[in-house]
Design a protein around this ligand. Structure first.
Ligand code: CDP
Length: 569
């Protein structure tokens, strides 16, 4: 297996099975075998022993060759007693004390198993409104979010993963102004990503500089009015200041809700890529596009890609079957819609290897081509599975029943961030541009290690311009743009997240979104000296290009930044 030293370290620390004294009970290969066996077992009812062994072998190969990886909880928990395999959950928050604390308890159970939770707080009554039972006044969504946050802090997920949450409030909730600025102090609500749930009506009001109404969540009656453009500007200002809140377009999530009869989509998972109904969970998986290229690295091998997508869909559908859900309601909903989220990673590395600049129309065209191929193939694979294993149980309540298309899964595609998966596979994450071409890592004995993007290293070696000195210089500067030692054609292709203008970030997100059932995880990086106008433009472009949401980050705007390129001495 071709795992990097870093990948092995991460797997040993958090993924591999250990005894109570912390001794490893398996190696990385053993982990993939354990996962392949557990996931293939769902096919036992459909094939004989020989057939099952073939499926298990195919699953193992896909993972061991780093062609496809399921989300972290599947790698950690499959074939082990906990058995919780999903990364994404959405829980409802009812407007009662029982409901709120029930939700906190459920979130704790999910975090313990490595899953992340999303919540809409829009149903909670506004701060200061009456509480009948006590004659007192309500604390409002933001103060309850702090309780959710504290609970997350206390549950350290058994040391595997830090708890992650998404908190959403509708733009027409009376407490929206407090919500928008509640993270202006970085030390508050640290275990949440926040997104404002924006409606198309609101965006029209922004466009025409009109007022819009705030509604009492219980009666739906208007209680106040705000100027839409002013509110939008404050969201922009706060996002400029430290990257939060993001925005999500609620009406678009519901336009693509394939089971509208089952309820409304109010929230996504923590990183925004997976809209779900209350109590729904979803398991994700990502294809490593870098390993889908033909041998000569001239283009993508679409035959191999098709094969991998088909196997991956079968794999993810099986995950639903063998998954042990933390709550009976989640079990019912998740098995009912059987949503899966197949996506990609290593996109930027692939573009570099193919000699295509991320910030070019050619890259956008290729994104359209690749993702539409994956989406079509995944849908066909789900249809084939439906013939073999049956449609998803809530099929009759879905738009597919109206169309007469038999599907095994209510959704098939999602673009995840692949934070850890991309590290395991040793490629650029999700559809993000390369973050750094090289960077300096301080290792324990105070010495410095220069890490170089492997695709760049190859290009530098074959172009005869590789030197340790140069790699250090690139790490210091943070880009190869205008660097004389690097040939101009290489400068143009190896662009980093900061070289790429915000509009290209959004165009790339929009291209993948066009062919993705669920949503796309993407951060639009802005330079430190970007203005609030730049942020507003990004938000507006994301709206106009049919993205389902957008998150920005202005370099250096948060105090604690994990990777700080170009600033390392
Ligand atoms: O790469 P990996 O499978 O570890 O996860 P990811 O693609 O970076 O994140 C996918 C989803 O996993 C997120 O959107 C969250 O729902 C969940 N997650 C989490 O709950 N806690 C984390 N620390 C990281 C991710």
């Amino acid at each position: 297996m071709k795992l990097s030293e870093n990948a092995v370290k991460v797997l040993e620390k958090r993924y591999l099975e250990k005894d109570e004294n912390g001794n490893l009970l398996e190696d990385c290969e053993g982990m993939f075998r354990r996962v392949a066996k557990a996931i293939a077992s769902a096919d036992a009812a459909y094939t004989d022993e020989k057939g099952l062994a073939v499926i298990e072998h195919e699953f193992y190969n896909m993972m061991a060759n780093l062609e496809f990886l399921p989300n972290s909880p599947t790698l950690m928990n499959a074939g082990r007693p906990l058995g919780q395999l999903s990364a994404c959950f959405v829980l409802p928050v009812e407007d009662t004390m029982e409901g709120i604390f029930e939700s906190i308890k459920n979130a704790a159970l999910i975090h313990k198993s490595g899953g992340g939770t999303g919540f809409s707080f829009s149903r909670l009554r506004a701060k200061g409104s009456a509480v009948n039972s006590t004659g007192g006044v309500a604390s409002g969504p933001v103060s309850f979010m702090k309780v959710f946050n504290a609970a997350t802090e206390a549950v350290k997920q058994g040391g595997t993963r830090r708890g992650a949450n998404m908190g959403i409030l509708r733009i027409d909730h009376p407490d929206i102004m407090e919500f928008i600025s509640c993270k202006s102090d970085n030390s508050e609500i640290t275990n949440f990503n926040l997104s404002v749930g924006i409606t198309e009506d609101f965006m029209r009001a922004v466009e025409h500089n009109l007022e819009y109404e705030l509604l009492d969540p219980r009666t739906k009656k208007p209680v106040a009015k705000l100027n839409a453009r002013e509110v939008f500007d404050i969201i922009v200002e706060m996002a400029w200041e430290n990257g939060e809140p993001g925005i999500i377009f609620l009406d678009r999530l519901n336009r693509d809700n394939v089971t509208p009869k089952l309820g409304e989509i109010e929230s996504t998972n923590p990183c925004g890529e997976q809209p779900l109904l209350p109590y729904e969970a979803c398991n994700l998986g990502s294809i490593n596009l870098y390993n889908m290229m033909d041998d000569a690295h001239k283009g993508l091998d679409f035959e191999k890609l098709e094969y991998t997508v088909r196997k991956a869909v079968r794999f993810l559908d099986n995950v639903i079957e063998v998954n042990k859900y933390p709550l009976p309601e989640i079990d019912r909903m998740t098995r009912g819609t059987r949503k899966i989220g197949l996506g990609v990673m290593g996109w930027a590395d692939t573009l570099c290897a193919l000699g295509v600049a991320y910030n070019s129309q050619a890259a956008i065209d290729l994104a359209d081509k690749v993702m539409s191929f994956i989406n079509d193939t995944a849908q066909k694979a789900s249809q084939n599975l439906a013939e073999l294993k049956g449609v998803f149980p809530f099929y009759e309540d879905s738009i597919y029943a109206q169309k007469g298309i038999k599907m095994r899964n209510a959704t098939t595609t999602t673009i995840a961030p692949t934070g850890t998966l991309s590290l395991i596979a040793g490629v650029s994450s999700g559809i993000e541009p390369i973050f750094a071409i090289s960077y300096i890592r301080n290792v324990m004995d105070n010495s410095e290690l220069v890490e170089v993007n492997p695709v760049f290293k190859e290009a530098a070696l074959s172009g005869n311009f590789y030197s340790d000195e140069l790699m250090k210089k690139i790490a210091r500067v943070g880009t190869v743009k205008n660097m004389n030692e690097v040939p101009t054609n290489v400068q143009e292709i190896f662009v980093t997240a900061h070289d790429v203008l915000p509009e290209w970030h959004v165009k790339m997100q929009a291209a993948f979104q066009r062919h993705t059932d669920n949503a796309v995880s993407k951060t639009v990086n802005l330079s430190h000296d970007a203005t609030t106008d730049d942020v507003r433009e990004v938000f507006t472009l994301a709206y106009k290009t049919q993205c389902k949401g957008v998150t920005i980050y202005r370099d250096g705007s948060r105090d604690l930044q994990v990777l700080n390129i170009g600033k390392v001495k």
